[in-house]
Design a protein around this ligand. Structure first.
Ligand SMILES: Cc1ncc(CN)c(N)n1
Length: 229
């Protein structure tokens, strides 16, 4: 039976299997009330501003994490193309940080005065723990992919058919909901699926645990932005 399941996983890809197994949690992270309120236009702008300020701090912590994944790819990857995909991610983060600064000034937020909330600190702590050289490339790239795909799936929903997203939030949604960002997430997903296919049972277990951990932290991050810490 166990063997049969493994064969099935090989055909559809491990990620597809996880997404089927953990649909509820994945939906919780990508169809959170915060996102649904952007899509239906009922968003409380205080929540949006809180998210923006906290996410700026998160992204600053995300940069060294992505750099650590790049180092792991250089040391451990079986495919040289992985480095280019990750390097593209590092490069786009410079633009993302500039965007946060512009957007914050538009909303009258002084980023230098933003204090990280406990939930944000915990999530940044998870990123830091994943930067350890003891964490395998396969596990780290899995975390990287799921962190990106949650935003891609969430914000794409806000610009999808029938959305009533307020005009002033559309640029935010386009940043992560665009076709280009979806393609980049797909490249990451291809790397993850390839790595998981070759992974040991222990590595697979660790990667699945990290996948679930990230989803839980993403739900907490949305909750925090709505003031439900
Ligand atoms: C909390 C969070 N998760 C994901 C992303 C997308 N890089 C983000 N900016 N912030």
């Amino acid at each position: 039976m166990e063997q049969k399941l493994k064969e099935e996983e090989k055909k559809v890809g491990v990620i597809e299997t996880w997404l089927r197994k953990h649909t509820l949690l994945f939906k919780g992270a990508t169809r959170h009330p915060f996102i649904l309120s952007i899509r239906d236009g009922s968003i409380d702008i205080t929540s949006f501003k809180s998210w923006l300020a906290q996410d700026y701090l998160f992204v600053r912590a995300f940069v060294p994490f992505v750099a650590s994944v790049l180092i792991k790819a250089w040391k451990e990857s079986d495919e040289s193309g992985d480095m280019e995909v990750i390097l593209g991610g590092v490069a786009s983060l410079e633009d993302e940080i500039s965007w946060f600064k512009r957007e914050a000034s538009k909303w009258g937020i002084s980023l230098s005065e933003v204090v990280p909330q406990q939930t944000n600190k915990k999530y940044c702590g998870l990123l830091e723990s994943l930067m350890s050289p003891d964490v395998e490339y396969t596990v780290a790239i899995t975390a990287f992919w799921v962190i990106e795909v949650v935003y891609q799936e969430s914000f794409a929903h806000c610009i999808g058919e029938g959305s009533k997203t307020p005009q002033e939030l559309k640029e935010t949604c386009e940043r992560w909901g665009s076709e280009a960002f979806a393609k980049y997430c797909q490249s990451l997903q291809n790397i993850v699926n390839r790595r998981l296919q070759k992974a040991s049972d222990e590595e697979l277990k660790k990667a699945e645990h990290t996948f679930l951990n990230v989803l839980e932290y993403e739900v907490d991050f949305w909750n925090m932005s709505r003031g439900n810490v």
